[in-house]
Design a protein around this ligand. Structure first.
Ligand SMILES: [Zn+2]
Length: 256
């Protein structure tokens, strides 16, 4: 096994895999992303097909336009600009927001209706764009594809397109479970940090990030934990961290 891994890394070196250790401006780290953006976008389209088969996209024009406007304002200043961001409103009472590969961001009406201001909606959207920019979403999918399959691409020169088809073969239930699966604590903090950054750059009120998390916290006191908190956990710690991030951002702004 160890030999296999070693030879995989050796091959990666020899083939000079272009995606090896790509620098990501959002995270400030070099990251091992095997799935090129073009394939990620294709994957996102497949996932979207599944979503619209299972859920009803909203036809409430005013709300859709509001989210689109907020979304594009934030997308413009995202660290990740190699694909187009798309924003969708799902007609569903459950409070949720999630991101799929290819820059697709979904908000449920149940969540949007609980938020009062554009800044509060921006807080949710900016956090989700943070997941996109930090490539958390594609990394989650990449991990599900399995490193054996990734190894196949390199050793047997299997086309990446075939791997995306492999993704489709996961079946729609497994695919949706993956869509709604939670990110790790580090990813959540990072998405919050990027969310605060993008809100500031786009000129939104940073305090709205705290307000939104507080609204979610209030909602979570009932019998049922909203889906958004199952997929975006660690709320108490995040509120504290976000407050510190905002204080830090304001301090830097005062210095400049
Ligand atoms: Zn998140």
């Amino acid at each position: 096994m160890r030999d296999k891994i070693l030879s995989l890394f050796l091959i990666l070196f020899l083939t000079g895999c272009s995606s090896l250790g790509t620098y990501n401006a959002a995270t400030g780290r070099s990251e091992l992303i095997f799935i090129p953006t073009s394939e990620e976008v294709t994957m996102g389209r497949d996932v979207h097909g599944n979503i619209i088969r299972q859920y009803e996209l909203s036809s409430q024009t005013e709300k859709i336009e509001r989210i689109e406007k907020i979304g594009q304002r934030l997308a413009q200043i995202s660290d990740r600009q190699d694909y187009q961001y798309h924003f969708y409103l799902i007609e569903k009472e459950e409070m949720n927001a999630f991101t799929t590969p290819g820059g697709n961001i979904y908000l449920n009406t149940g969540l949007v209706d609980k938020l009062k201001t554009d800044d509060q909606i921006a807080a949710v959207v900016a956090h989700e764009i943070g997941h996109c920019a930090a490539r958390h979403t594609i990394k989650k999918f990449q991990a599900a594809l399995g490193y054996n399959l990734i190894g196949n691409i390199i050793i047997n020169q299997v086309e990446m397109g075939d791997q995306v088809k492999g993704m489709a073969s996961l079946g729609s239930n497994a695919l949706m479970t993956l869509v709604f699966s939670s990110y790790g604590r580090k990813d959540e903090y990072e998405a919050d940090r990027l969310g605060v950054k993008y809100m500031q750059l786009a000129g939104y009120d940073l305090q709205a990030m705290v307000e939104t998390l507080t609204i979610l916290k209030k909602e979570s006191k009932g019998a049922k934990t909203p889906l958004i908190l199952r997929s975006h956990p660690y709320l108490d710690d995040r509120v504290q961290a976000v407050k510190e991030m905002i204080a830090q951002t304001n301090k830097q702004r005062d210095i400049l």
